[in-house]
Design a protein around this ligand. Structure first.
Ligand code: 1PR
Length: 556
């Protein structure tokens, strides 16, 4: 087996799949048309999907792929579906009433219950095999999940037995109190709800064994691993540790990773003087280093995109392409995702097109900051309604809400009493010099350079309604200070929305991560400076969390 065929249904994870298969040493053939004669020659077929179930199936039908895929399956040759690729093999989904799946598995998907946990499920979870392993699936490993709908088998305990009787082999995962199908196999059809292409070495192994059609026995679980896989203190997920790379050109015109002190990236800005742009290393090389240390996701922020459009910024695209070839955890890219005027042609380029360029280069998610604040203001101007035109809505419609992160850059504003602002206030434990102990968090735009009149609570609510999948919550007062996260801000944000929140700004030592995870219900913690200056590695943070009883992903 030297060639692997991949069906192209405009899925956001297509490039990531291609990267993994090439990394494993196989040739990739992307099948773009249903009548491509290559499809008949395929011996291993991958069906990647992300986003909306209905959108994916309509796309499959409208592009004429349904019957060729069914014919391939009837031929008995191996096929593997990934994420929405798995969901398409089921009967239907609550996400798209009235749209039929391929019906290979006689079961329907439903939305996770969000009354007591964040939805979507974003993060690394363990699996339970029923009854035995296939394609190297390993209960001692964690796999990366990113979805709101699932083939839920619990609490109907008999369901699992019923499915086994049908000859299905499957692995399940528990998110909160809901158990669902994480991977499934019947005859030549194999599929995973998780993203093996983004699950580090454990995921690469699953794809490789599918290509080789091998089923080695998994390792026997050590007693401590059994405890680890039954820890539901974070709904079953590990505590995610994320490394962030702020990227811009330095004074020599080189694209570098930099780091600000309260967003000022020039040397000496922390002591009141101004020097050169801090150069902390090459973006792709640092991304690789953090991946090797065990980072659970990497974010790239194009921090001068308010000045230069990403359309002109081919350097960032090159960085992303290079990192995506060897870094197999989710890659998030932000900066300049908004409708943009192309200066050369005078044409308005929609945010969706800019995002697509990043997805095609290997990004799994895009992060929107300034434009999300503007979209929130518009949302309230429309009386809490959406007009479908914002970048958040357009991108989440095309690529799924899991692909849209909203990055927020708030700053504390003190007031005498809550009535002094229309925005949501908190009573803080840290009054300002004037003794004011009420404050709200004003959302800034253009990398903290411009103030607005809207608060973080209001932007969070609006962005959730517009379809954002996750929030990256910075804090201008804390950025680069190494003094710990703003716990009050995190608590406020977690009260506002159900979608997951990534804490950012202020981490200076591993214990700051523990503090954020214990004192708040935040879903992930991100840091930049403490990793870039070499004080600590990602592994140091994970060791510290683990010693303090918090489950983390460690590659075996
Ligand atoms: O507005 O959609 O074009 O996006 C611009 C993006 O670039 C935003 O997400 C904004 O946060 C980011 N950005 C713009 N200017 C800066 C700057 O620093 N001058 N970075 C900037 C903001 C915040 C985080 C940082 C954390 C952790 N930096 O990226 O990594 O605060 O830092 P720490 O652990 O060292 O404290 P758009």
């Amino acid at each position: 087996m030297s060639k692997v065929h991949v069906i192209d249904l405009d899925s956001g994870n297509l490039q990531s799949i291609r990267n993994v298969v090439e990394y494993l040493g196989y040739e990739v053939y992307i099948v773009k048309r249903w009548d491509d004669p290559e499809l008949k020659l395929a011996n291993r077929l991958l069906l990647p999907g992300v986003g909306n179930f209905g959108h994916f199936l309509h796309n499959m039908r409208n592009s004429g792929f349904e019957e060729p895929i069914r014919a391939y399956i009837r031929s008995g040759k191996p096929i593997m579906g990934i994420c929405v690729g798995l969901q398409a093999f089921f009967k239907s989904s609550e996400e798209a009433p009235g749209v039929d799946g391929l019906g290979l598995f006689d079961m329907s998907l439903t939305r996770f219950d969000d009354t007591s946990k964040p939805v979507p499920e974003i993060g690394w979870n363990t699996i339970k095999l029923t009854p035995q392993s296939f394609f190297g699936l390993d209960p001692s490993q964690s796999y990366y999940f990113d979805h709101s709908y699932a083939a839920i088998v619990a609490p109907e305990h008999d369901k699992e037995r019923e499915l086994q009787c049908k000859g299905w082999q499957f692995a399940t995962t528990k998110y909160g109190d809901e158990r669902f199908i994480a991977a499934i196999m019947k005859d030549n059809v194999f599929a995973t709800q998780f993203h093996p292409e983004k699950s580090g070495k454990a995921g690469l192994r699953v794809i490789e064994l599918f290509i080789k059609q091998e089923h080695p026995l998994p390792k026997v679980l050590e007693p401590h691993q059994t405890n680890f896989s039954s820890d539901y203190s974070n709904y079953g997920l590990t505590r995610r540790v994320i490394a962030c790379l702020d990227v811009r050109t330095d004074d020599n015109g080189e694209l570098v990773v930099t780091k600000g002190h309260q967003y000022d990236v020039r040397e000496g800005s922390d002591v009141g003087t101004k020097g050169k742009v801090r150069n902390l290393g090459h973006p792709a090389a640092l991304a690789q280093a953090y991946y090797d240390q065990g980072a659970d996701a990497i974010t790239f922020m194009n921090i001068t995109s308010f000045r230069h459009s990403p359309l002109e910024d081919t350097g960032m695209i090159d960085v992303l392409k290079s990192a995506a070839r060897t870094v197999f955890v989710p890659l998030v890219v932000g900066g300049g995702i908004k409708d943009t005027l192309d200066k050369e042609t005078g044409e308005m380029i929609p945010a969706l097109k800019i995002a697509s360029k990043y997805f095609m280069s290997g990004a799994d998610k895009v992060s929107i900051a300034s434009d999300a604040v503007k979209a929130s203001q518009r949302y309230y101007e429309l009386g809490g309604l959406t007009d479908g035109k914002s970048s958040i809505e357009m991108i989440s419609k095309a690529y799924g809400s899991q692909a849209v992160v909203v990055s927020i850059d708030p700053k504390r504003v003190y007031v005498n009493e809550p009535q002094d602002t229309v925005n949501k206030t908190i009573k803080t434990k840290y009054p300002n010099e004037q003794g004011q102990d009420w404050c709200w968090y004003m959302c800034t735009i253009d990398g903290g350079r411009k103030s607005t009149n809207i608060g973080v609570w209001e932007v969070l609510k609006a962005c959730e309604a517009l379809g954002a999948g996750e929030i990256l919550l910075n804090c201008m007062d804390k950025d680069g200070t190494n003094s710990g996260y703003d716990i009050e801000l995190l608590k406020l944000a977690k009260e506002a929305v159900k979608i997951p929140i990534i804490a950012s700004s202020g981490a200076g030592k591993p214990d700051h991560f523990r503090e954020a995870f214990i004192e708040t219900t935040v879903d992930a913690c991100l840091a930049a400076g403490m990793f870039h200056n070499g004080s600590y590695t990602v592994r140091d943070v994970k060791d510290h969390l683990s010693l303090n009883g918090l489950k983390v992903r460690v590659e075996q």
